[in-house]
Design a protein around this ligand. Structure first.
Ligand SMILES: *Cc1c(COP(=O)(O)O)cnc(C)c1O
Length: 371
């Protein structure tokens, strides 16, 4: 059936009709299927290139004979573990099917169609998607030097009295920019207490300085969102969580799906937290390789934004054709047209081997004028 006809018969909520879906980093299997390229490296979704802790494999194996049973829908063990780790009550922890699930729960619990959400230009694109999904007003505040302009965001919140959530991504994806905790603290102090300040810390393990945990005790309207998808290397299992006040957690718990985290996810995350050495090692390697990539971009004459996370946003003319040329060579990175960043690519920091291949491939593409 032609698309138009389907829309006429079943009109979606108006803001959904104009909603552009989230664009994922191209899966390796898709590139192989579409272009016949086999030896593929993926530096497009900020996954941990070193996998996950060996403890995870063991923990998952022990669950394999229990897959017929539903998981613990209350996530008791993992919540307790996170509560101990962060010195909060288990009632302050909400588990999600990835941090995206948590962001979605927040929007669905606190934002209606007459409300507004505030976020920065060039911030994680999901915030704008959530605003549209709720039929709410998404207020995008212009960035300064690719970073959040907290003063302007504070003004936008105060001016738009229907604001229910303001999002801060720290470090931010895709720019890699980071805010000082003191700046964030001052920002929250000037936000009405009835507005939720959602701090997305998806990359905090790569940037321990951007740990906002202390703010949770100072402000009842702070929500910290974290994930096992990045440094913990569990993107394929989908586990994220929020730390918040008990009353916010109670609201999220009303809205969430009964078994929103899988049995394997719960077991894997519970085991992963204990392996702090794995996180430290991943962080160390990331710092070294991020520095190396920066030096290589310098050598190629490419500008880039200094990053606090495990990816770098690099400036490149004809980014879209360069991206195509990289794909043809089996190198997947992330184009950023959907962010309005046409001349930029975001590359995840990979293993030394993958990074070398990225740079070699990029150099040969740039040296070949036949693009
Ligand atoms: C990757 C990412 C997330 C969520 O990832 P999940 O896989 O859903 O846990 C959230 N916020 C930012 C900024 C991210 O980059």
């Amino acid at each position: 059936m032609p698309k138009k006809e389907a829309q006429a018969i079943l009109p979606a909520y108006p803001s959904i009709e104009t909603l552009a879906p989230y664009q994922i980093g191209k899966p390796i299997e898709e590139l192989t299927r579409e272009m016949g390229v086999t030896d593929v490296i993926k530096l497009a979704s900020n996954e941990n290139p070193y996998g996950s802790s060996p403890r995870v494999t063991l923990a998952i194996t022990q669950e394999l004979d229990k897959l017929a049973r539903y998981p613990d829908g209350n996530g008791f063990g993992l919540k307790q573990k996170l509560a101990d780790f962060y010195e909060v009550s288990p009632n302050q922890v909400t588990l999600g099917n990835g941090a995206n699930d948590i962001l979605d729960l927040l929007a669905r619990s606190f934002v209606g169609h007459k409300d507004a959400m505030v976020y920065s230009q060039f911030a994680f694109i999901v915030y704008g998607i959530l605003a549209k999904a709720q039929g709410a007003l998404g207020i995008e505040v212009p960035a300064v030097h690719f970073a959040h302009d907290l003063a302007a965001m504070q003004q936008a919140v105060v001016k738009n009295t229907q604001t229910k959530i303001v999002f801060i991504a720290n470090p931010n994806n895709p720019t890699g920019t980071v805010l000082e905790i003191e700046e964030v603290r001052n920002f929250i102090a000037n936000i009405p207490p009835s507005v939720l300040v959602v701090i997305d810390e998806a990359y905090v393990e790569y940037c321990p300085a951007a740990n906002h945990r202390a703010l949770l005790d100072e402000f009842a309207n702070v929500v910290i969102v974290r994930t096992f998808s990045k440094a913990y290397g569990l993107a394929g299992l989908r586990i994220g969580y929020a730390l918040s006040s008990e009353s916010v957690a109670e609201m999220l718990n009303r809205v969430r799906q009964p078994f929103n985290v899988s049995r394997l996810g719960l077991a894997a995350a519970t085991a992963a937290i204990d392996d702090t050495a794995f996180i430290e090692r991943s962080n160390q390697l990331n710092i070294e390789q991020r520095r190396w990539l920066g030096s290589q971009f310098d050598a190629l004459g490419l500008g880039f934004i200094k990053s606090a996370a495990n990816f770098i946003m690099v400036e490149i003319d004809n980014a879209s054709s360069i991206n195509q040329a990289l794909l043809a060579q089996g190198v997947i990175v992330r184009p950023l047209q959907n962010y309005g960043l046409d001349n930029w690519l975001r590359v995840s920091v990979g293993t030394p081997e993958d990074n070398l291949r990225l740079i070699d491939t990029l150099r040969s593409i740039l040296n070949n004028d036949a693009l």
